[in-house]
Design a binder for this molecule. Structure first.
Ligand SMILES: [Zn+2]
Ligand SMILES: [Zn+2]
Length: 112
């Protein structure tokens, strides 16, 4: 699987977003809840996304506590709500890029 793009940099932006720079020059910015809704683990796939316990209260933002590399193909995210079984392959991450989703809908800009 040499065709999948690879991240060259993974960085948390404040408490609400994760930025990933890819080796093909693209930069993806994922709101935390967006990443969480795309969690590929079996637990999350068994239910529709809107049932996911997305935390939206102020002062209690859902955020990745730890992001670690898994082998050469994926990252593992430990969330502030205790969920830590999601392993996101690079291909999954890239497919979930908000600006590349192909829907033509831009994500709302909330950054100050
Ligand atoms: Zn999950
Ligand atoms: Zn994109």
């Amino acid at each position: 699987m040499e065709t999948a793009p690879r991240p060259t940099e993974i960085r948390r932006i404040g408490n609400s977003e994760v930025r990933i720079a890819w080796n093909d020059g693209h930069v993806s910015v994922y709101p935390n809840h967006h990443l969480r809704n795309h969690c590929p683990c079996a637990l999350c796939r068994e239910r529709p996304p809107h049932v996911l316990p997305v935390v939206s209260g102020s002062g209690d933002e859902l955020q990745p506590l730890q992001i670690s590399l898994v082998g050469r193909y994926a990252i593992h995210i430990q969330w502030s709500d205790g969920h830590d079984s999601g392993i996101y392959s690079y291909a999954t991450l890239r497919a979930a890029c908000p600006c590349c989703s192909g829907t033509g809908v831009s994500p709302p800009r909330e950054s100050a």
